[in-house]
Design a protein around this ligand. Structure first.
Ligand code: TYD
Ligand code: MG
Length: 454
C-alpha cells in the first residue's frame, strides 16, 4: 500500500531532507527549504504505469557511436538560431525562462508556425486550444503541420508524441506538467524534477529537440528553473522591460555553443519581430547634441552593438545623494564616480547621479565604462559630446584606460554607422591597422586624456 509522507526540498538545488533546515548542506543556500508531500512504497503497478521506465538502454563502445554529426535544425529565426549556437541540435532539451507576460509563448508559437515544413507538437498546460488559436491569428502565420495539445500528464504527452512523431516538441510550461510517478501537485519541486527528467528522456531517446518553457519571478526565486538548469542542455532567458518593446534573448548555458550570445526582438501588435541591426535602434534619434549622452561600442557575444548611455548629474536636494542605474550595475557606477573623484578631482560626492542605458537593455560588457564616464562628465560639466563619437574601454581603479577584447569588431561597427571618432585604450592600439577605417581611432591612457580630448 502506498502512503504519503512529507519531506523538505531545497528550492535552489533540489536537495532532500526529512525535516526543515535553514541552511542547505548541498548548495549553501539559506532558508530555501519547502515542504512537499510524496508517496512512499509505491506498488509496482503504479511504477509500471509510467511509460518512461519501460525504455531499454544498452552500453555502446565510443568508437561505435556514429560521429556523423546530425545537422542542426534551422528554426528560420535568425536571432533564435544565434542564441542556440547555430540552430536546434536534435535530441536537445532547451529551457526558455522568463517572467510572466514577457512573450515566451508568443516566441515559441511564432517559431512553430514559421516552420512550415516541420511537424511540431505544441503542448500547452496553461491555455486552452482557443486561446492558442487566438494568439496564432494575432501572429498571422498559417501552418498546416502544427499540432496543439492541451495536456499536462507526461505519460499522455509521450503517448501523443509516439503517435504523431513530430520533429519538434514545445512544452508550455514545465510548471504545469504532472507525472504519475510522484504524488505532488504540479509546479512543486519534486514534480518539476521528475517531469523535466522524463522530458529529457523523451528528447534523448527519440532525438527530438524539446523546448520547455519555465517561469521565473523578478528575484528568480520561484521553484523550478534553478534546479532545471542542471537537467537541460541549454538555458535561454527572455528578458526585457515590459514598458519597452524590446525583448532580449540571452544564452545562460549551452552545451552546444557559446553561452554569451544574444538575440534581440521587438514586440509588435502582431507578434515578435527580429531586430537584425540593433545599433540603429539603440541610438536614440536626436537632432541636436545634448549633454550627458555618450555612445558605447559594446559587444554582446560576438555581436557588436552601439548603445547610448545617458547620465544626469545634479546637486543633491537631500542629505544623501542618490545613485540610480537602469541597465547598469550601481556598484560599478559608484566605483567609476570614486575614480573620477579621486583621480580627476571632480566633486561628485554631493551630487545625485542617474544613469540609463537606452532601450531598456542590460549591459555586462566592461567596455561600457568609458562611455559611462564620458556621459557623467558631460552632464556634470554641461558640455555636450558629439553624437558621432563612440567609446570602448574599461576603466581601472587608478584611472587607467584598459584594453578590451575584440576591439576591431567594435571599430568596424562604429565605422559602419558613420562615426567620426572612437576612443579606445592605447593598449588596444598595438598592431592595430587603423588606416582601413574611415573612423578616427583615438588612443587614451588615463582619464586625464579623456578629459583633455573632450
Ligand atoms: P505571452 O507570450 O503570453 O507571454 P508569456 O508566455 O511569457 O507569459 O505574451 C504576453 C504579452 O505579449 C502580452 O502582454 C501581450 C503581448 N503580445 C503582443 O504585444 N503582441 C502579440 O502579437 C502577442 C501575441 C502578444
Ligand atoms: Mg505563456
Amino acid at each position: 500500500m502506498a502512503k504519503t509522507k512529507t519531506v523538505f526540498f531545497c528550492k535552489e538545488c533540489g536537495n532532500e531532507s526529512a525535516k526543515w533546515i535553514g541552511h542547505c548542506p548541498g548548495c549553501g543556500a539559506w532558508n530555501s527549504y519547502v515542504e512537499e508531500c510524496v508517496v512512499v512504497g509505491k506498488d509496482s503497478k503504479s511504477v509500471k504505469k509510467n511509460v518512461m521506465t519501460e525504455m531499454k538502454s544498452k552500453p555502446i563502445l565510443v568508437q561505435e557511436i556514429s560521429s556523423a554529426s546530425t545537422p542542426r535544425i534551422d528554426t528560420l529565426c535568425e536571432e533564435l538560431n544565434r542564441v542556440l549556437g547555430g540552430g536546434l541540435v536534435p535530441g536537445s532539451l532547451i529551457l526558455l525562462g522568463g517572467e510572466p507576460g514577457i512573450g515566451k509563448s508568443t516566441l515559441l508559437l511564432q517559431v512553430a508556425l514559421n516552420l512550415k515544413d516541420k511537424k511540431i507538437l505544441y503542448v500547452s498546460g496553461e491555455e486552452s486550444a482557443q486561446q492558442i488559436k487566438m494568439r496564432a491569428e494575432r501572429i498571422g502565420i498559417k501552418n498546416e503541420n502544427c499540432l496543439i495539445l492541451t495536456e499536462t500528464n507526461t505519460s499522455e504527452i509521450l503517448r501523443h508524441f509516439e503517435d504523431s512523431r513530430t520533429d519538434i516538441v514545445i512544452i508550455d510550461s514545465i510548471q504545469t506538467l504532472e507525472s504519475t510517478a510522484v504524488e505532488a501537485t504540479a509546479g512543486s519541486i519534486s514534480q518539476i524534477r521528475e517531469t523535466a527528467a522524463e522530458m529529457n528522456k523523451m528528447a534523448k531517446s527519440y532525438h527530438v529537440p524539446t523546448f520547455l518553457i519555465g517561469h521565473i519571478t523578478k528575484d528568480g526565486s520561484i521553484a523550478g528553473p534553478k534546479i532545471l538548469e542542471h537537467i537541460v542542455d541549454t538555458v535561454i532567458q527572455f528578458e526585457g522591460d515590459r514598458h519597452y518593446g524590446f525583448r532580449i534573448l540571452r544564452t545562460v548555458k549551452n552545451r552546444f555553443g557559446s553561452s554569451s550570445e544574444l538575440g534581440i526582438f521587438e514586440m509588435n501588435a502582431n507578434g515578435l519581430r527580429e531586430v537584425s541591426n540593433p545599433s540603429e535602434i539603440l541610438l536614440s534619434q536626436r537632432e541636436e547634441n545634448v549633454s550627458g549622452i555618450a555612445v558605447a561600442a559594446t559587444l554582446e557575444g560576438l555581436r557588436p552593438m552601439m548603445i547610448e548611455t545617458q547620465a544626469l548629474v545634479s546637486t543633491a536636494a537631500y542629505g544623501t545623494p542618490q545613485r540610480s542605474c537602469t541597465g547598469f550595475d550601481t556598484r560599478r557606477l559608484n566605483m567609476l564616480l570614486a575614480v573620477l573623484e579621486k583621480r580627476a578631482g571632480f566633486r561628485l560626492a554631493t551630487k545625485d547621479v542617474f544613469l540609463n542605458i537606452a532601450g531598456g537593455i542590460r549591459v555586462d560588457d566592461p567596455a561600457i565604462d568609458l562611455a559611462v564616464m564620458a556621459a557623467v562628465l558631460s552632464s556634470n560639466e554641461d558640455i555636450e559630446i558629439n553624437n558621432r563619437y563612440a567609446f570602448a574601454a574599461e576603466v581601472g581603479l587608478s584611472g587607467e584606460i584598459r584594453s578590451v577584447n575584440r576591439v576591431e569588431a567594435r571599430i568596424a561597427e562604429a565605422d559602419k554607422l558613420g562615426m567620426e571618432k572612437i576612443f579606445i585604450s592605447k593598449y588596444n592600439c598595438r598592431g592595430l591597422d587603423t588606416s582601413k577605417y574611415n573612423v578616427e581611432v583615438v588612443p587614451l591612457a588615463t582619464i586625464g586624456d579623456l578629459i583633455k580630448s573632450l
